[in-house]
Design a protein around this ligand. Structure first.
Ligand code: JFZ
Length: 592
C-alpha cells in the first residue's frame, strides 16, 4: 500500500495531524507543596459537557461513532450552524449537587470539567466572548459557578479543562479550523479570548485545583509560558497539566486511556473514559464494568499515578443512568478499600503475576486480581518478617509462612464477595525494591514487551483509534533484524509445572509464514507466524500505515521441570518476519 505524505494526509483529515493529539513530555514537576494533595488524591472525576452533549453523536439523521465532542469536525458542521444549536441548549436537568454527590459516592477526590472544549463554547459566564452558556442559551445559568459552590460544600477540589489551541469558533485559531482564513492571527485569539477566559476562570470561582490544557499542537513555548504566567500570578497553588505544551506544567497527562505497563516516575495521571467517548453519545452504551474501573484505578495507582475517569452528561445535564450506577458500584468498593488506594505509594515489589501492590508505611496492600484456587498467595522473593496479614473487610488474621521462594499467605478457598479482594500485610521493615520476575503455577503469567531484553530488535509504543478518538495503546517488540535478533525474559519458577504458551502479536501479510522459535531452557517450540490482518485505512485515521491487528495464538506446551531460574527467548529463524510486533507471551498453567 502506498504511504501518503504527511501533508496529503493532513489535508484529507481537515488538518488533523498526529502532533495535534500528541501529549508533550514534561520538564518540570510540581514542587512537593503544590502537588501534595494531587499525589494523595488518586481518583478523580472528569466531565465532558458542552453543546456537543445535546447532539449526542448525531447530525442530520446520521450517527457518528467515536468521541462525541468532535462532532463539529467529524460531521463537517459549519461553525455558524453549530453555534445555532446554542439557541436550544437548555439543560434543565443539571444539578451540580447531584454530580458532586455522584463523585463522592464514587470515591473521587476532585473534579475537572470542560470549561471550553475545542468547539470554543464557554460553559461559564464570560465577558470575553458572547459564545457562552449564559448569553447564548435559554439556560442563562453558569454551571461552573454552581459546581464550584457544590464542590466547596462537599470538600472536593475543582479544576477546569480549557482547550487553548483549538477553537473551532474563532477564525483566529486556525488549527483544525476549516473556516480559518490566511489572515488568521493566533496571537489575537490567545490574548483576546484564551488568556482573558483563563483569568475569568481563576477569579470567578474561588480556588481552582488545576487547569487542564489539551492538544497543544503548534503552540509556541512563549505562548505556553504566557498561559502559565497568568495562572501562577492569579493562583500560585493551581496545578497545570503537561498538555499546556512545550515540556512545561506540573504533572504529566499520559495519552488518553493509556495505562502504563510499569512504574512511571514523577507526578502523572491517566485519563480514561467510561465508554468510548468523552462527550455524551446516544449510541455508546459500552460501559466498563465496576470491576474493570477498579482494576484500571489499581493498576494506575500501583504504578504511581492518578486515575481520572470521565463521565459524559447528556444535553439535559443528566449523567447516563447506567454509567452512574456502575461508578457507584465501584465507589462502594472504594469505601471499604480506600486505605489501599488514597495516599499510598507504588509497590516496592517487581511485577507480581497475580495482581498489584500498593503501600503505605510498612503495610503492603495486595490487590488480588487472580484468586489462587489452591489458597496459596505467593509474595515471591520477599523474605521479611510479617507482623500481621488480613483480608480487608474481614477480621480473621491470615496465616503466613515463608519458604525458599518467599512468603506464602494462606487464603480462604472461596474469594470474598467483593469486586477485588485486597490483603493488608504488615511487614516488620520497609522492603528494598525488587525487580526479579516470577512465574507461578497457580495463576496466569503474562510477560510483556516492555519487560523484554532486546538484541537486534527494539521496544516501541503504538497508538491507534478504532472508531474515532477512542485511543488504544500497545507496547511491542518489533523491528527484528533477522536471524540473530532475539527478545528474552528471565524469571524464577518456584515450583515445577506445565504451561500452555500463548503469543500475542501483529503480523502483516508480508511476514506471514515466517518461522520463529521460543526456547525455555532446553525445550524449544517453533511456530510459523500467521498474518493477523490489518485495519482498513479510513479518511480519519492518521497512524503509520498499514496498521496490523493484534491476535493471540497458542503455540504449544512447556514443562518446567523444577524450581529455578529460566530464560524464555523468542527469535526469528529466517529473515522474513522482521515486521512482526510482539505484545505479550502468556504462560497459562495446566495440571499434569
Ligand atoms: C483530547 C481531545 O481532543 C478529546 O476531545 C478529549 O477532550 C480528550 C480528553 O483529549 O484528545 C486527545 C489528546 C491527547 C491524546 C489523545 C487524544 N494523546 O496524547 O494520546
Amino acid at each position: 500500500m502506498q504511504q501518503k505524505s504527511d501533508e496529503q494526509a493532513a489535508a484529507d483529515n481537515g488538518g488533523i495531524t498526529p502532533e495535534m493529539w500528541g501529549t508533550d513530555g514534561i520538564a518540570e514537576q510540581a514542587d512537593s507543596a503544590r502537588g501534595d494533595w494531587f499525589r494523595k488524591a488518586k481518583y478523580a472525576m472528569f466531565i465532558h459537557w458542552g453543546l456537543y452533549s445535546a447532539l449526542g453523536g448525531r447530525w442530520n439523521g446520521r450517527t457518528y461513532y467515536g468521541i462525541g465532542e468532535w462532532i463539529q469536525r467529524r460531521a463537517g458542521i459549519p461553525a455558524a450552524d453549530y453555534a445555532r444549536t446554542a439557541a436550544t441548549f437548555n439543560p434543565t436537568g443539571f444539578d451540580a449537587r447531584a454530580w458532586v454527590k455522584l463523585a463522592q459516592d464514587a470515591g473521587m477526590r476532585y473534579i475537572v470539567i470542560t470549561a471550553k472544549h475545542h468547539d470554543g463554547f464557554a460553559m461559564f459566564r464570560t465577558a470575553s466572548s458572547p459564545f457562552n452558556i449564559v448569553d447564548a442559551t435559554p439556560f442563562r445559568r453558569d454551571p461552573l459557578a454552581e459546581l464550584a459552590i457544590a464542590c466547596r460544600e462537599a470538600g472536593l477540589r475543582l479544576g477546569f479543562y480549557y482547550s487553548q489551541t483549538q477553537d473551532w469558533h474563532e477564525l483566529d485559531a486556525p488549527v483544525n479550523n476549516s473556516d480559518a482564513t490566511p489572515d488568521a492571527d493566533f496571537h489575537r485569539y490567545l490574548h483576546g479570548k484564551a488568556l482573558p477566559q483563563i483569568e475569568e476562570l481563576l477569579t470567578q470561582y474561588g480556588d481552582v485545583a488545576l487547569i487542564w490544557f489539551d492538544t497543544p499542537g503548534p503552540i509556541t513555548r512563549e505562548e505556553s509560558l504566557a498561559l502559565m504566567k497568568t495562572i501562577r500570578h492569579l493562583q500560585p497553588g493551581c496545578l497545570i497539566n503537561s498538555r499546556i505544551g512545550n515540556g512545561i506544567g506540573d504533572y504529566e497527562s499520559l495519552g488518553d486511556q493509556e495505562i502504563p505497563s510499569r512504574m512511571h516516575d514523577g507526578l502523572w495521571e491517566t485519563v480514561d473514559t467510561h465508554n468510548d467517548t468523552w462527550g455524551f453519545v446516544h449510541a455508546d452504551q459500552n460501559w466498563k464494568s465496576a470491576r474493570e474501573l477498579i482494576e484500571r484505578l489499581v493498576v494506575v495507582v500501583s504504578r504511581g499515578g492518578n486515575y481520572m475517569l470521565n463521565i459524559g452528561p447528556d444535553g439535559l445535564g443528566r449523567v447516563p443512568a447506567l454509567s452512574a450506577r456502575i461508578i457507584r458500584e465501584a465507589g462502594r468498593w472504594l469505601a471499604a478499600h480506600g486505605e489501599a488506594i488514597y495516599d499510598t505509594i507504588p509497590s516496592p515489589l517487581g511485577a507480581l503475576p497475580w495482581g498489584e501492590c500498593t503501600q503505605r508505611g510498612n503495610t503492603l496492600y495486595l490487590h488480588v486480581f487472580q484468586w489462587p484456587a489452591d489458597g496459596q498467595l505467593r509474595l515471591p522473593g520477599v523474605q521479611a518478617g510479617v507482623l500481621g496479614a488480613t483480608l480487608l473487610g474481614a477480621n480473621e488474621p491470615l496465616t503466613v509462612h515463608s519458604d525458599a521462594g518467599g512468603l506464602v499467605l494462606h487464603l480462604p478457598a472461596v474469594p470474598p464477595s467483593t469486586l477485588l479482594p485486597v490483603i493488608a500485610v504488615e511487614v516488620e521493615r520497609s522492603l528494598p525494591p525488587t525487580t526479579e520476575r516470577y512465574v507461578l503455577h497457580n495463576c496466569v503469567n503474562v510477560l510483556t514487551a516492555s519487560a523484554a531484553r532486546c538484541r537486534g530488535c527494539s521496544q516501541d509504543k503504538l497508538s491507534w483509534m478504532e472508531k474515532f478518538g477512542d485511543w488504544k495503546h500497545a507496547e511491542y517488540v518489533g523491528q527484528w533484524q533477522g536471524t540473530g535478533s532475539s527478545a528474552a525474559w528471565t524469571f524464577s519458577a518456584v515450583e515445577p509445572g506445565m504451561y500452555y504458551i500463548d503469543v500475542e502479536y501483529a503480523c502483516p501479510t508480508a511476514a506471514d509464514d515466517s518461522t520463529w522459535s521460543l526456547t525455555l531452557g532446553d525445550s524449544e517450540l517453533t511456530f510459523p507466524l500467521l498474518a493477523t490482518g490489518h485495519f482498513p485505512q479510513r479518511r480519519e485515521n492518521q497512524h503509520a500505515w498499514p496498521l496490523a491487528r493484534f491476535r493471540t495464538y497458542r503455540i504449544g506446551l512447556y514443562d518446567i521441570p523444577a524450581a529455578g531460574q529460566y530464560t524464555l527467548t523468542l527469535r526469528p529463524l529466517d529473515n522474513d518476519g522482521g515486521a512482526m510486533q510482539l505484545v505479550t507471551i502468556t504462560l497459562y498453567p495446566t495440571a499434569g
